[in-house]
Design a protein around this ligand. Structure first.
Ligand code: ZN
Ligand code: ZN
Length: 119
């Protein structure tokens, strides 16, 4: 009978032994899987809502030119304060600005470099 290497579950403090090739025991596999997909799916849902589509079009119609450089055609609606999944911030018209792609990328890059941590 071929010997299969066993190792402990990757979840901190979990005593379960799992076969090689699997990172977590039965229970923790489900737990860690849902952790991985939750944030992305939440944001994806907000951006695909009818409410956002309408709001986004209104902002771009009100501000056809980029609100940062004032030159390029705006094609991106940006959240002045990063919403991070917060629906109130996400749908707040006062928190939205129309940007061209270049300005938006620059802003996002700065935000990623200086992330706001919430404790
Ligand atoms: Zn486990
Ligand atoms: Zn611009």
């Amino acid at each position: 009978m071929p010997y299969k290497a066993m190792h402990p579950c990757g979840h901190p403090g979990c005593p379960e032994i799992v076969p090689s090739g699997q990172k977590y025991c039965e229970k923790h596999r489900a737990e860690h899987k849902s952790e991985d997909i939750r944030p992305g799916r939440k944001n994806g849902n907000l951006y695909s809502t009818k409410r956002w589509q309408v709001l986004r079009r209104q902002v771009l119609m009100a501000h056809p030119i980029c609100q940062i450089c004032g030159k390029a055609i705006a094609d991106t609606v940006d959240h002045v304060t990063p919403h991070r999944g917060n629906e109130e911030l996400f749908y707040d018209p006062g928190n939205l600005q129309a940007l061209c792609k270049a300005c938006h990328d620059r802003k996002t890059w700065n935000e990623d470099k200086n992330p706001v941590y919430e404790y």
